[in-house]
Structure formats: C-alpha cells, structure tokens
Design a protein around this ligand. Structure first.
Ligand code: PGA
Length: 248
C-alpha cells in the first residue's frame, strides 16, 4: 500500500496573525493538490485565524508545541484540548529547537507523544543528530535512542498513524541539506527500527519526513527516495516555494 505524502510547514516563531492570513491567502491557490497531505504548523496565536482561513480547503492545521497536562496552573502553556477545539490535527513534538532551547528531554517528549494520542492529535515526532555526532559515526545509534525513548507505551496502531521527521540539526536553517543518500539512509533505518519495535505492517504504514533546508530546488530528489514520505519545511514554508515543494 502506497503511503500518502505529507508536506508540513513549520513556521517557527514567524508571522503575526495578520501576516499569517496574508500568507495563507497567497499560498491557497498554489497548494491545491489532492494527492498530498498539506499541513501548516503555526505559532499558537496564529492557529485560530489560520484554521478559519484554510476551512474548506485541503490544508490542515498543526501546532508547533503543546503541554502534557489537560488544564490548570501552567502559566503560558497550551493544552491539547485547546488545540483540538481550535481545529488542530497535527502537533510537532521534539523539534531540535525545543530540545535545545527549552531543555525538553526524551522522558518529557514521551509524555507529550502519549498525551497527543490520548487527545486524538497526530504527533510529528522529530529526531536528528548534531554535526559532531554525525562525524563521530553515532548518527543511527542516537536516532534509535531518541525514537525508542519517545515511543515508550505507544501502541502499534498509534505508531502506524503518526509521522516521524528526521531532521539533522546541522541541516536546519543552514542551507546545508543532507544529500538524498544521507537522508534516505536514516529514514530507512527509522523504518527498520519501527519494524523491530512493532511489526512490518506498522513500519510500512508510518510516514517519515525529511527536514532541514528542504527547498523548491532539492525537494523532488529527496522526495524520490523510497523511505522519504514527505518533508518538514522551515524557512521555505514562509513563501511561495512551499507550494513548489508540495507539488514536487
Ligand atoms: P529549515 O527548518 O527548513 O528552515 O531548515 C526545518 C525545520 O526546522 O523543521
């Protein structure tokens, strides 16, 4: 069974609500493509206006983060129920920027993954190595450790429905993309790990994205690899290039 492609934009901390509406309007006619899942993962304050703006189109809304509790005294945090009520379908979990700047570790990220599933949100779980790790030859060990830890207690059925994004940290926002061979090697290893933890059917169903300086110029080649089912796009998701990636 062919896996459906999924192209997600990660807007990061960009676009005010007014700017977000302008960007959605600019992209709307360009990203119409029934063969691909298109997701805009946007800052919390943009979720409501973006959800309104994409209603009735093929685009789905994602969050860039969420908290692990249902409600209560967690000043500044956003609960999964709030996201669901606003129309969010996907949530990015474990982006390297959250791991680095907000000190989110795998024990905490595992709680986020489980909470997302409990609430009916689809996690886009990120993993990736630093340049030092790649040069030391421990990339695959590191990725395996991240994914195994983050998926503790996740059922095969849940895993089959989720998205994993392989994002080498040295390729994020640097303009230095992994080669398609490098990206494929890791995405293939992730699928093999899913087969090891669960089974063949789960490994065949799970969707694996590449992320890290993906753009209109390199997307087609990366997306042609057998184990790369889509992309998580940062910088290029904020302009018309995003539509070229969707259509690649
Ligand atoms: P980039 O970011 O496309 O700007 O490299 C990707 C990401 O961080 O998800």
């Amino acid at each position: 069974m062919a896996r459906r492609r999924i192209i997600a934009g990660n807007w990061k901390m960009n676009k005010t609500p007014s700017e977000a509406k302008e960007l959605v309007a600019l992209l709307a006619p360009l990203v119409k493509n029934d063969d691909v899942d298109v997701v805009y993962c946007v800052p919390a304050i943009d979720i409501v206006p973006v959800a309104e703006a994409v209603a009735g189109t093929n685009v789905m809304v994602g969050a860039e983060n969420m908290y692990i509790e249902d409600k209560g005294a967690f000043t500044g945090e956003i609960s999964p129920d709030m996201l669901v009520d606003a129309g969010v379908k996907f949530v990015i979990i474990g982006h390297s920027e959250r791991r680095e700047y907000f000190k989110e570790d795998d024990t905490f990220l595992n709680k986020k993954v489980l909470k997302a599933f409990e609430k009916g949100l689809t996690p886009i779980l990120c993993c990736g190595e630093t340049l030092e790790q790649r040069e030391a030859g421990v990339t695959l060990d590191w990725i395996r450790l991240q994914i195994k830890s983050d998926l503790q207690g996740v059922s095969a059925e849940q895993a089959a429905s989720m998205v994993i994004a392989y994002e080498p940290i040295w390729a994020i926002g640097t303009g230095r993309t992994a080669t398609s061979e490098q990206a494929e090697e890791v995405c293939k290893a992730i699928r093999e790990l899913i087969c090891e933890i669960y089974d063949e059917a789960t490994a065949e169903a799970i969707r694996i994205q590449y992320g890290g300086s993906m753009n209109a110029g390199n997307a087609a080649e990366l997306l042609s690899m057998p184990n790369i089912d889509g992309g998580l796009i940062g910088g290029a998701s904020l302009k018309a290039d995003f539509a070229q990636i969707v259509n690649a």
